[in-house]
Design a protein around this ligand. Structure first.
Ligand SMILES: [Zn+2]
Ligand SMILES: [Zn+2]
Length: 195
């Protein structure tokens, strides 16, 4: 499955079944998503439960996913500010970009995903990182510095808080950290979602 904005592992795709099965929309056997929380005109609200939709049907827009993004909450009505983390005045985003995003799977998260943005576009979801990934991806082996660069100030306390007393190198932490990369300037950003 190829997505423009989702380059993480399939295991990180929300509502995706592990094995190929029959699509409730087109009947083909392929990897399918559960439609319970999807946006679709194929089924009435009460019919959606237990129905499945395949990759091709998603890409053709037979069903779509809403996303919570920094630009706003994205659904069939476009972008709306619902939460504090949604921008007050988001840039104008082309309709085809919004459509592409809605035909992108949601991320498996503990709470609710927050899709990060950069250069007036949605970022590409890359997967989850543990502390060791910050060391291996930093140019100077300064994992903490890369983490601080990538993480908004209100979440950046995680690194130092996770260090045990007297420990300098961080080996593990408790939350899941989601990594995104800008399609235009390659900037890395990330967030984590449990308190
Ligand atoms: Zn299908
Ligand atoms: Zn950028």
């Amino acid at each position: 499955m190829d997505f423009k904005y989702f380059k993480g592992p399939n295991a990180d795709m929300s509502d995706l079944l592990d094995n190929k099965t029959n699509c409730s929309i087109c009947g083909k056997i392929d990897y399918c998503f559960e439609l319970d929380f999807a946006i679709t005109k194929e089924f009435d609200q009460e019919e959606k439960e237990g129905k499945l939709g395949c990759y091709s049907c998603l890409r053709e827009g037979k069903f779509e996913f809403w996303h919570d993004t920094e630009f706003g909450m994205l659904d069939e009505d476009g972008l709306t500010k619902v939460y504090n983390h949604n921008m007050n005045n988001p840039p104008a985003i082309a309709a085809e970009i919004l459509t592409e995003m809605m035909r992108t799977p949601r991320i498996v998260t503990w709470q609710q995903e927050l899709w990060l943005t950069h250069c007036n576009d949605f970022m590409i979801y890359k997967g989850t990182w543990e502390p060791k990934d910050f060391y291996s991806n930093s140019k100077d082996n300064d994992g903490r510095n890369l983490f601080i660069e990538m993480t908004n100030e209100d979440l950046s306390h995680l690194w130092d808080e996770s260090l045990a007393e007297g420990q300098n190198t961080l080996t593990e932490w408790y939350p899941t950290y989601y990594v995104f990369q800008c399609r235009h300037c390659n900037t890395l950003r990330g967030n984590w979602d449990c308190d």
